[in-house]
Design a binder for this molecule. Structure first.
Ligand code: PGA
Ligand code: ZN
Length: 416
């Protein structure tokens, strides 16, 4: 495949922060592939960095020094496929610190251009790169409450409280997500909605939020059909000597006990980033304990979507954020490292998203158990719900099973 032309552009994410979009055209091709990179408010300290070109909008980005480097490395270059293209990007990034926002946007643009070239859908291209057919249709993690660094004035709280619809089909799960969300809006009243995010911001304790969710599920007749999960995002709660949480500071053992209690009391089946990535012993102690009550520990900032960091032991599952990995191939590598280590995978959005919906295709391609795409509000999130509704028409998804409802049915990490 001969790369004819590449163009970088500054676009806005859902919080109106500038990010990178790329268009890429292969020789002999009408049209181009396009990709963009989402933005995190406070990225984990282990992930690949974004470039520092926040001001550039539109074509301004295509005229800067980074674009000149990209043009001279890519224009007229022949590559055999995604892997080789991504290797070129990685080498450029290592040498010139392009940033994961530039490399991911380009990598996704190439994936779409290559799919177009082969008259394939993006999903088919990604499945081809991954080397094995999709094996299941992921379950949604639907954000109900935002806290932590995502909510002003509520920093010492979990970053997300989520529902997990457990239906037979993804379409049914989306209907459930809509019902839960409108049930929450009804219960809270419009005044308590955060107009800017569309998320429901609490001003309540975690226990109160979980109890409110349970009451909404009860009222909507959804009690047995929806699981509950949290993203603790503990890296952002860590202070000297422990973790800040709801007015107190808890040492690691105390925080673990508190999380176990919450999980038991509210029937949580999913706990993401319970500790700081450096708090290794705490992860290793906590994971089998949470596993023993039928819930799963997921590592986000812990593994930073980096294949070299992925290992069994500290968590049951690996969160995959393409913008942490930096390219499509690096994301697929992290997914296969997870599979080799016997870990499950969860594909995730970032808090600032664009209209790019490739995480949906990626989640199906790698056979993820879950995908986090936020609550069913706002264009950037709805675009992902709609992408799934279209993907469900793909022959590749016909007859595929859903992930098991009870995590313990598929627990790989032995309890100690
Ligand atoms: P982030 O959080 O984009 O702020 O890192 C997203 C998430 O973990 O859901
Ligand atoms: Zn997270």
């Amino acid at each position: 495949m001969l790369i004819e032309r590449v163009r970088l552009r500054g676009v806005l994410d859902s919080r109106a922060h500038p990010t990178v979009e790329a268009d890429l055209q292969l020789a002999g091709q009408e049209g181009h592939g396009r990709g963009s990179c989402p933005v995190a408010i406070a990225p984990g300290r282990r992930e690949r960095r974004r470039g520092l070109r926040t001001g550039a909008l539109g074509a301004e980005l295509d005229q800067g020094a980074t674009a000149r480097l990209v043009h001279s490395a890519l224009h007229g270059r022949r590559v055999s496929g995604q892997r080789e293209f991504d290797a070129v990007l990685r080498a450029l990034d290592d040498e010139h610190a392009l940033g994961a926002d530039v490399t991911l946007a380009l990598s996704l643009a190439f994936a779409r251009a290559a799919a177009l070239h082969g008259r394939l859908h993006l999903l088919d291209w990604l499945v081809g790169q991954n080397g094995s057919p999709p094996r299941q249709v992921p379950r949604l993690l639907v954000n109900a409450f935002s806290g932590g660094i995502h909510a002003r004035g509520a920093a010492a709280s979990f970053q997300q409280i989520m529902t997990i619809p457990l239906g037979e089909s993804l379409a049914e799960d989306i209907r459930t997500a809509l019902s839960v969300h409108s049930g929450l809006e009804e219960a809270l009243g419009d005044a308590r909605l955060s107009a800017s995010s569309g998320f429901l911001v609490g001003g309540r304790s975690t226990s109160e939020q979980l109890a409110l969710l349970a009451a909404v599920l009860e009222r909507r007749g959804l009690r047995g059909g929806v699981g509950l999960g949290v993203d603790v995002a503990a890296e952002h709660l860590a202070v000297d000597g422990g973790y800040r949480f709801e007015g107190g500071v808890h040492d690691s053992a105390g925080f673990g006990a508190l999380l176990l209690r919450l999980a038991g009391d509210h029937g949580l089946s999913y706990v993401e980033d319970p500790f700081d990535p450096a708090d290794t012993d705490a992860w290793h102690t906590f994971t089998p304990r949470l596993g023993a009550i039928g819930a799963r520990v997921v590592g986000d900032d812990l593994f930073a979507s980096d294949a070299r960091r992925v290992e069994a032991g500290p968590a049951h599952a690996v969160l995959l954020k393409p913008s942490q990995a930096g390219t499509v191939s690096a994301t697929l590598d992290a997914a296969s490292a997870a599979a080799s280590a016997g870990l499950r995978t969860v594909v995730s959005h970032r808090s600032g998203e664009t209209e790019d919906t490739s995480i949906c295709d990626l989640a199906v391609a790698v056979g993820a158990d879950h995908i986090k795409i936020g609550g069913p509000r706002r264009g950037d999130r709805i675009a992902k719900y709609n992408r799934f509704l279209r993907l469900l028409e793909s022959p590749l998804l016909a007859g595929l099973p859903r992930p098991p409802v009870h995590p313990e049915e598929n627990q790989h990490v032995p309890c100690q």
